[in-house]
Design a protein around this ligand. Structure first.
Ligand code: PLP
Length: 386
């Protein structure tokens, strides 16, 4: 049993979440619940493998060996019932890196790429920074559930001659875990219009009371999966991820992009951390997932009881929650001001995830319960009388 109630002081550890308020123009004393990493320590088995590597004291170039690929293949088989072929795996430094690389390979300048806002904001910026056109088919809420508006999705693909789709599966920030029939409709439409699917599955190991379905199970005509161990095992600082392709030419093109920008070989610590996580991290993951789910239930109960004007649709996956403050009728600037300057919290303002995120806040709940309680009490102190 791991004790996730332990408060780990992450200040002065070079943590983006805890140590860079000043650099980002924020008050030093805000409690951070923004960037998606966890305030939990990994199990000793993973830490020890990194320490042992550090003790070797020589950190030359490295590459993944067969045991690395086998661990990944085993993970996909046991966790998602997907059979990976070793030759279709590319190890890359990060998921956003892989998204940008795929954008460059499968589309041309000025091509349209579709996304479903509100969505993880680097999707849009990866499109625009590469001089492509982002088109959003915004998610809609139907029966208290975020869903894709498939008529709008298809119309926008057709009318804008869309070439690629970045699917967020599970979806950050709304926490949907897509059902088989939803994925089937996505694939049907994308096949029909020859749209390349980039399926970002980095949150696939945080799914509650449901089974995650990888896009690989539906085998679209043209797709790639971008994912990695860094959310699952809280190691984004180790910079390691992977891409799954189903086409030799796509793999060759991806590797050529590596050459073009001068990238080769992963960090040895990324390889060691990921391998030992896939091999020995399962129990820890099961427990951390339960703990986080209980955080979500705790938040739900608290909000229902004390802050019923804040609307909350329980996420099916991810360790992020998406709170709706629209009943307060505040402008986003006013909402931000209350959260930052009154509640003294650093959350992610919904509007950064797209226009349809106006009036919302995203909160990272992968932290100890005590801090969750503090965050809720801070919200209560500001919003109770509004
Ligand atoms: C959907 C999604 N994709 C990608 C990332 C980042 O992945 P990486 O750090 O490997 O670029 C995140 C991080 O929050 C995310 O939520």
């Amino acid at each position: 049993m791991y004790n996730f109630d332990i408060e780990i002081n992450r200040k002065n550890t070079n943590s983006l979440k805890w140590d860079f308020n000043k650099e980002r123009g924020k008050d030093e004393n805000l409690l951070p619940f923004w960037v998606a990493d966890m305030d939990f320590k990994l199990p000793d088995s993973i830490i020890d493998s990194l320490i042992n590597k550090a003790k070797e004291g020589v950190f030359g170039y490295s590459d993944p060996k067969i045991d690395y690929y086998n661990a990944l293949i085993d993970w996909y088989k046991t966790e998602y019932d997907v059979n990976l072929d070793l030759k279709n795996i590319i190890v890359s430094p990060s998921v956003v890196f892989s998204i940008c690389t795929l954008i460059k390979i499968v589309t041309k300048e000025n091509d349209a790429i579709i996304i479903n806002e509100p969505v993880y904001y680097p999707f849009k910026s990866s499109i625009t920074v590469n001089n492509r056109r982002p088109i959003s088919s915004d998610l809609i809420i139907r029966n208290d559930k975020y869903v894709i508006d498939f008529n709008d999705f298809e119309e926008k693909i057709k009318n804008n001659n869309v070439k690629a789709y970045i699917l967020c599966s599970p979806h950050n920030p709304v926490g949907r875990v897509w059902d088989y029939d939803e994925l089937e409709r996505i694939v049907d439409i994308c096949n029909k219009y020859n749209v390349f699917i980039i399926s970002d599955e980095i949150h696939s190991d945080f799914v509650y009371n449901k089974k995650f379905i990888s896009i690989a199970k539906l085998n679209p005509n043209n797709y790639a999966i971008v994912s990695g161990p860094t959310k699952t095992f809280n190691m984004p600082g180790l910079k390691i991820s992977h891409v799954i392709v189903n086409d030799k030419k796509l793999k060759d093109d991806f590797l050529t992009e590596f050459d073009r920008i001068g990238y080769s070989q992963q960090s040895i610590f990324g390889l060691v951390g990921a391998l030992s996580a896939y091999k020995y991290g399962k129990n820890w993951l099961n427990e951390v997932r339960d703990y986080i789910y209980n955080n979500i239930l705790f938040i739900e109960e608290y909000l229902n009881k004390y802050l019923p004007k804040i609307k909350f649709i329980k996420p099916e996956g991810t360790y992020l929650i998406w709170l709706d403050f629209k009943e307060y009728k505040l402008k986003d600037k006013e909402l931000d001001d209350l959260i930052t300057n009154k509640a003294k919290l650093w959350l992610d303002l919904g509007i950064i995830f797209g226009k349809s995120g106006s009036g919302y806040e995203r909160i990272n709940v992968a932290t100890n319960r005590n801090l969750i309680k503090k965050m809720l009490d801070s919200l209560y102190s500001v919003f109770k009388d509004l």
